[in-house]
Design a protein around this ligand. Structure first.
Ligand code: HEC
Length: 139
C-alpha cells in the first residue's frame, strides 16, 4: 500500500478543525482511562483514524511495518507525536495525522494507547552469570 486516499482524512480534519474553533465545541474532557465507545469528545473522533492504521486499540497494525501503540509508554508516544508535529521526526503519513493536534489532544491519545492491552512484552533476563541466552545472543 503505497498511496493513501487522503479524502476522508482531510474531510475529518476539517470537521475536527471546525469543532476546535466552534465556541460550542464540547470542552475536551481530560478523562483518563477513557474508552472510545460512542462518545463525542475529540479523542473519540481521533481514535478511529489512528486505529485505521494502527489497528484496534493500537494493538494490531494493518501492516507489519506500522508500529504497535498499545502499551507503549505515555511519554514515548507523546514525544513521538510532538516530534512529527514539529518536523524533528519526519514521516509524511504521521505528519498529516498530527498537524492539527493540540498538546492536550496528544496527551489524551498517548494516555489512551498506553493503557491498552499490548502484544508487546519484554523478557526478563537472568542475572549476569547465568547461562541462559537472550534472543539477540541466540542468533
Ligand atoms: C495512514 C496510516 C496512519 C494513521 C491514520 C496514523 N498512523 Fe501513526 N504511524 C503510521 C506509520 C506508517 C508510522 C511509522 C512512521 C515512522 O516510521 O516514523 C506511524 C507511527 C506512529 C507513532 C510512532 C510510534 C513509534 O513507535 O515510534 C505514533 C506514536 C503514532 N503513529 C500515533 C498515531 C496516532 C495517535 C494516530 C491518530 C491521530 C495515528 N498514528 C494515525 C501510520 C499511521
Amino acid at each position: 500500500m503505497r498511496t493513501f486516499d487522503k479524502g476522508p482524512l482531510v474531510k475529518k480534519s476539517l470537521v475536527l478543525l471546525a469543532l476546535a474553533l466552534g465556541a460550542s465545541a464540547p470542552a475536551f474532557a481530560e478523562e483518563h482511562g477513557h474508552e472510545a465507545a460512542g462518545g463525542d469528545s475529540k479523542l473519540d473522533q481521533l481514535l478511529p483514524v489512528c486505529q485505521s492504521c494502527h489497528g484496534e486499540h493500537g494493538a494490531k497494525p494493518i501492516l507489519g511495518s506500522y508500529p504497535v501503540l498499545a502499551g507503549q509508554h505515555t511519554n514515548y508516544i507523546e514525544h513521538a507525536l510532538k516530534d512529527y508535529r514539529s518536523g524533528v521526526r519526519s514521516n509524511a503519513v504521521m505528519k498529516a495525522q498530527v498537524a492539527n493536534l493540540s498538546d492536550a489532544d496528544i496527551k489524551a491519545l498517548a494516555h489512551y494507547f498506553s493503557q491498552q492491552e499490548s502484544p508487546l512484552y519484554t523478557i526478563t533476563l537472568p542475572k549476569s552469570g547465568a547461562s541462559a541466552q537472550s534472543p539477540d545472543q541466540a542468533k
